[in-house]
Design a protein around this ligand. Structure first.
Ligand code: IDC
Length: 462
């Protein structure tokens, strides 16, 4: 965290020094604020401001005022309270981040509609150091998508990937290449070590063309006869399934399916090796999303963040614009299943941009209090339901239709994407197909579906 902040600041100061027009002279001991563009698209961008306390004593609050050229407005912000409209906006602490220790810093982010960069920046009433010039900031990751989308807008019909292209996190939403919020709907495999015959050309054709699925989640267990038993073999299987999703125009969600033990650190070295390989292999694709830890459990958010802060850079080194999804405390319950909540993440997010946080639920087990927390968290965190079931958390039992529909309504309203557990014929209530379907290869139509499968096929096709 410290090293990264220092890097950003150094970069911004270097930029500012090189472009004197944008450099605001300041006494060396004052607070400063550095503006960086994190992501840009044809009609807007995502920015971050880091407020640095360069004094030798703690400051108790801060205020940043930004002025934008006419036609450019701030749509939403996070980790700050935003006021103002038109051309001038004031950002004050979100509540928990008012105090900045001597030599420390805090950051907030926002989405801008329009391409104009700030023309003036004040922190606690004096000029900021490091407001970028109006030319693109070199701190923007070199992503091919924004310029590509400016010159060639993605088509409006075709496969999900043809329509949406490279995805990016925009504020609390997932956006397509044109900057529009998208909700991806799809299915998760069961453990690929157990159900290889459920993921064939025929089954994936049905998922893509008949179910109209946007998304295919590839669950690679690490334990339980998974990756740890044959790293090269499982990496190969995942790569092949990503290619199958790609051929059919679906997004591929690579799930590093840790479960027991629940401490992701147990698999840190495996994760680094695995993600280095898959991100190198798929770096030039637009349809790959990385889920780095299925369900951490029995560990603090700080430990999960520590794992994420080590794995994400491995992915970014190869695939700088790939969206990464981070599992959350208590089996990806945003902490709720272990007596906590999403504030621990809001207060201490991972040290990377273009990141979402995983939320998992099983409709017969997780109801109103979980839905309330998702609604609350979605106001400040980008969320993705990378796994859910219509049944109990055991993966078995009867479909809870009422709770499932309450969840679908909430996720649709908040535009939160989801993948259902499972596109398989396991003999458990969560499986979409009746036992024996995969051996028989009879995936098409509705004849082989379970109650859960029929519910999901309807939802996803719609
Ligand atoms: C379950 C499978 C079940 C398997 C078990 C242990 O449905 O067949 O025996 O895992 O590997 C999760 C996990 C997911 C679980 C699922 C249902 O991510 O691996 O699958 N679940 O229990 N979190 C909550 C529920």
């Amino acid at each position: 965290m410290k090293r990264r902040t220092a890097t950003i600041l150094t970069t911004v100061l270097a930029v500012a020094a090189a472009s004197t027009a944008a450099f605001f002279a300041l006494p060396a001991s004052a607070e400063t604020a550095a503006f960086t563009v994190q992501n840009a698209w044809s009609n807007g961008y995502q920015a971050q401001v880091t407020v640095n306390n360069n004094t030798s004593s703690q400051i108790s609050t801060w205020k940043v005022e930004l002025t934008f050229p006419a036609g450019t407005t701030v749509a939403q912000s996070w980790n700050a309270t935003q006021a103002g409209s038109g051309s001038t906006y004031t950002f004050t602490p979100a509540g928990w981040n008012a105090t900045i220790a001597a030599g420390a810093s805090t950051s907030f982010g926002f989405i801008v509609n329009g391409a104009g960069r700030p023309t003036s920046c004040l922190v606690n009433g004096q000029a900021c150091t490091g407001t970028t010039p109006s030319s693109p900031s070199p701190s923007v990751p070199s992503s091919p998508s924004p310029s590509a989308s400016t010159s060639t807008p993605p088509p409006t019909s075709g496969t999900p990937v043809q329509v949406n292209g490279q995805l990016r996190v925009c504020g609390t939403k997932l956006c397509n290449e044109s900057g529009q919020a998208v909700q991806l709907k799809g299915m998760s495999t069961h453990g690929i070590q157990w159900f290889p015959n459920c993921y064939t050309d025929a089954s994936l054709d049905v998922l893509a063309k008949e179910w109209n699925s946007d998304l295919f989640r590839i669950s690679m267990y690490v334990q339980e006869q998974g990756y740890e038993t044959d790293p090269a073999g499982f990496t190969n299987r995942v790569n092949n399934l990503v290619e199958e999703a790609t051929e059919r125009g679906m997004y591929a969600l690579i799930d590093f399916h840790i479960l027991t033990p629940g401490d992701p650190a147990f698999n840190l070295e495996r994760a680094k090796t695995f993600f280095a390989q898959v991100s190198a292999r798929h770096a030039n694709k637009k349809n790959v999303i990385y889920e780095i830890a299925n369900e951490p459990n029995g560990v603090s958010w700080a430990q999960i963040k520590n794992y994420a802060d080590q794995v994400i850079p491995v992915i970014r080194a190869n695939d700088p614009d790939g969206v990464v999804i981070v599992g959350t405390r208590g089996w990806s319950s945003l902490g709720v299943s272990e007596g906590s909540n999403s504030s621990e993440i809001v207060n201490n997010p991972v040290s990377a941009s273009n990141v979402m946080y995983a939320f998992h639920y099983y409709a017969a087990s997780h109801k109103d209090n979980y839905r309330a927390e998702v609604e609350r968290a979605a106001a400040s965190l980008p969320l993705f339901v990378t796994e859910f079931g219509t049944v109990t958390y055991t993966g078995d039992g009867a479909v809870d239709v009422a709770s499932s529909n309450a969840w679908f309504d909430l996720l649709d309203r908040l535009k939160i994407g989801y993948a259902n557990w499972t596109y398989s014929d396991a003999s458990e209530g969560s499986a979409a197909f009746k036992p024996g379907t995969c051996n028989a290869g009879s995936f098409a139509g509705t004849g082989s579906l379970t109650e859960s499968g029929a519910l999901l096929r309807n939802r996803i096709r719609a």
